[in-house]
Design a protein around this ligand. Structure first.
Ligand SMILES: [Zn+2]
Length: 453
């Protein structure tokens, strides 16, 4: 560990945060313990926080003041039943249509605005209060620590650059903070060969313990590293990926290239870290102390193993309570206890975006999540993207690690054709899968959805 970064991350930063009256150091200590509490104790705490949140929403947020007035239900009814289902599920479009109705009035001191990415679609602007932000930071630090990525440990980030860079002083402060924390940032939108060379050089010279990357950027860099016969530094202990779903073949590629275990994380601008893998790699533990996460299939709780919509309630954002917010992602709940001993429930997998749905000519909707399953047995396929161009035509872009002969191509067409009858499949071999304008890699693109972030 870099001595200065270690001192800063381990001692000075918590002291500084305490001086500034921030909750993060205390929360971090508590979260280290609560991850092992009996599930019932965690759940009881969740419903206590939920009660405070719903009371605040009813008193200060116009949408919920109206809802409670009209529903005939009280906060106590919901808390006693431990059942959020009477409350409406809220989508992003609804929040954007009338933002003021979902924001608290008055707002907590120090409330600030954040926005989700999306350079083509309209970004969602929302409010966060400082205490909620400190919760998020503490949750993220704990999740990253599971991968050995603690403050002060050398880290290289291959992450999204700024949509709008912060103003001068804020940029200098951020640069200083990253330097003290032992972090180097590289822009993952800019994955040109020259930039990839630079990234490998930075990793070789800086010798980080931990690499944090957009999943697709890590995959592109892994392929480049392999072609260059690049050897990862012995210091590298873990690779944390996020922002896009990771499928089994991708994980193998990454582990081979970087010579360390891969830790998948699931987060978003709205809530920061929502779930992360522990060292046992058997699903992603939810950030249960900060978020109440439901997985719904057709409006009902999904069974373990069943794909459902992710619906999130943020227990601590009193500037803009997100209550049953449907973020547009699909995930699968895990079941049983994790061998690591943490009691936090797990997601078995994060399956990507709801938007990535395909339509068959007979009008059926099909989740794009079938492609990883259909294509997982074709070892020659490094990565892929399926785009439905027309109702009866689909282009399958493939990045190959070995040539694909005609019988294999036929088997791929048959596998997809079986799931999507009446759709012609064109296979296109490409050098790389282009990212969306917001820098993410999409496995499937449904009809008319190519420009969605
Ligand atoms: Zn675990």
């Amino acid at each position: 560990m870099n001595l200065y970064a270690g001192l800063w991350g381990g001692l000075m930063q918590p002291a500084y945060e305490r001086l500034r009256g921030r909750l993060t150091p205390g929360l971090s200590i508590r979260l280290e313990q609560s991850q092992y509490w009996p599930l019932e104790v965690l759940a009881r705490q969740q419903w206590q926080d939920m009660e405070a949140l719903l009371n605040l929403a009813r008193e200060r947020v116009p949408f919920y003041a109206d809802w409670f007035a009209n529903s005939g239900l009280t906060v106590e009814d919901i808390i006693q039943a431990r059942d959020l289902s009477p409350l409406p599920v809220i989508g992003r479009e609804q929040l954007m249509a009338d933002p003021g109705r979902f924001q608290a009035n008055p707002k907590p001191a120090g409330t600030f605005a954040k926005a989700t990415g999306g350079s083509t679609g309209r970004p969602l602007r929302f409010l966060v209060d400082p205490a909620s932000n400190q919760w998020r930071l503490a949750m993220s630090r704990r999740g990253y620590a599971w991968a050995g990525c603690r403050p002060g440990v050398r880290q290289v980030y291959l992450w999204a650059g700024d949509f709008t860079p912060p103003p001068g002083l804020a940029r200098i402060k951020r640069g200083l903070h990253r330097g003290l924390m032992g972090q180097i940032y590289l822009d993952c939108f800019d994955m040109t060969p020259a930039q990839m060379e630079r990234a490998l050089k930075v990793i070789s010279r800086f010798r980080p313990a931990c690499l944090v990357a957009f999943t697709s950027a890590a995959l592109i860099l892994a392929r480049h590293a392999k072609a260059r016969d690049w050897r990862p530094p012995a210091s590298l202990r873990s690779l944390i990926v996020g922002a896009e779903a990771l499928h089994a073949p991708g994980r193998q590629t990454l582990e081979a290239a970087f010579g360390c275990p891969v830790f998948e994380t699931y987060g978003s601008r709205e809530f920061m870290l929502m779930a992360a893998e522990c060292p046992r790699h058997q699903g992603l533990h939810l950030s249960m102390e900060n978020l109440y996460v439901e997985i719904l299939a057709d409006g009902q709780p999904a069974r373990p193993g069943q794909v459902g919509q992710v619906v999130v309630t943020d227990l601590h954002n009193s500037a803009q309570p997100f209550i049953r917010y449907q973020n547009g992602d699909l995930a699968v709940l895990g079941e049983g206890a994790c061998p690591c001993g943490r009691t936090l429930p797990r997601l078995a997998s994060v399956e990507g975006r709801v938007l990535d749905q395909l339509t068959s000519p007979d009008g059926r909707r099909l989740s794009g999540t079938i492609f990883p399953h259909l294509l997982k047995d074709f070892a020659a396929i490094e990565s892929f993207q399926a785009q439905q161009d027309r109702l009866d035509h689909l282009t399958l872009r493939l990045v190959l690690r070995a040539p694909l002969d005609e019988p294999q191509r036929r088997r791929i067409r048959q596998a997809i054709g079986g799931a999507l009858p009446g759709v012609e499949i064109a296979i296109q071999v490409v050098e790389r899968i282009p990212p969306t304008p917001s820098g993410k890699h999409r496995v499937t693109i449904g009809l008319g959805q190519e420009d969605r972030p």
